[in-house]
Write a protein that binds this ligand. Structure first.
Ligand code: PXP
Length: 243
């Protein structure tokens, strides 16, 4: 079965909408784990728009599965990670005003910066993952950096499959083949393959069916469904699909 990492950022988004103290990402993490999530993922952004430092500290104490911290490869975030020591540090590109992460890391242009960041994190005991587009150059560069894992950016597949219609199917198939090719190439290079971004209850099956992909990180769609049916049920429904 493909493992599920539940991204609880948007529990923080809801809380920060009122700058108050609920709902709490830590409570959400406990519910998600209890429902079968294999990992809890949070993105501590430079602007702290959803997850706060205290959330990551609390999560470090209470998460019983694995804590995956998505972070920019900035000196500030590297210090936070070295202090908190999540199980996994996922390096992601970050732009100040983006609605969500736009595209994967530029592994060729930022090769040395990412390699050094990954080495610091790894030396302190974390597994390091790089969020990259499903493209040959990025995968080769990630493998050359010596990281253990890559998370393939499924955003283009997700955009294509937001509405699954016969007219959209050729584009959906084309984007799926890119993810498949990237997963196979990464696995051949000895990388553990994860994926995520924009995945939904409707479009996740073909991605989960790719045998090289071992884990998916899903946030927005699960939290969106949780607002209607509750987080426990929302997580269980996604796990049922991944089975
Ligand atoms: N993986 C990474 C690296 C991300 O930045 C995000 C969004 O925070 C996700 C997965 C989850 O994306 P979504 O919220 O669209 O499911």
């Amino acid at each position: 079965m493909t493992r599920l990492g539940v991204n609880v950022d948007h529990i923080g988004t809801l809380r920060e909408a009122r700058r108050t103290n609920e709902p709490d990402p830590a409570t959400a993490a406990m519910i998600a784990e209890n429902a079968g999530a294999n990992q809890i993922t949070v993105h501590l952004r430079a602007d702290r728009r959803h997850i706060q430092d205290r959330d990551v500290e609390l999560l470090r104490e209470i998460v019983k599965t694995r804590l995956n911290l998505e972070m920019a490869a900035s000196p500030e975030m590297i210090n936070v990670a070295l202090e908190i020591k999540p199980d996994i540090a996922t390096l992601v590109p970050e732009q100040p005003n983006e609605v969500t992460t736009q595209g994967g890391l530029n592994c060729t242009a930022q090769f040395e910066l990412l390699k050094n960041a990954a080495r610091k994190l790894r030396d302190s005991g974390m597994a390091v993952s790089l969020f990259i587009d499903p493209e040959k150059e990025a995968i080769e560069a990630a493998a050359d950096m010596g990281v253990r894992m890559i998370e393939l950016n499924t955003a283009r597949y997700s955009d294509a499959s937001l509405y699954i219609t016969p007219a959209n199917q050729p584009q959906i198939d084309a984007e799926l083949s890119k993810v498949k090719y990237a997963a196979e190439l990464g696995a051949k290079r000895g990388l553990e393959i994860l994926a995520g971004h924009g995945l939904t209850y409707r479009n996740v099956r073909p991605i989960a069916a790719l045998s090289e992909i071992q884990e998916l990180n899903i946030g927005h769609n699960i939290i969106a469904r949780a607002t209607l049916v509750g987080l426990d049920q929302a997580v269980r429904e996604m796990i049922a699909i991944l089975k």
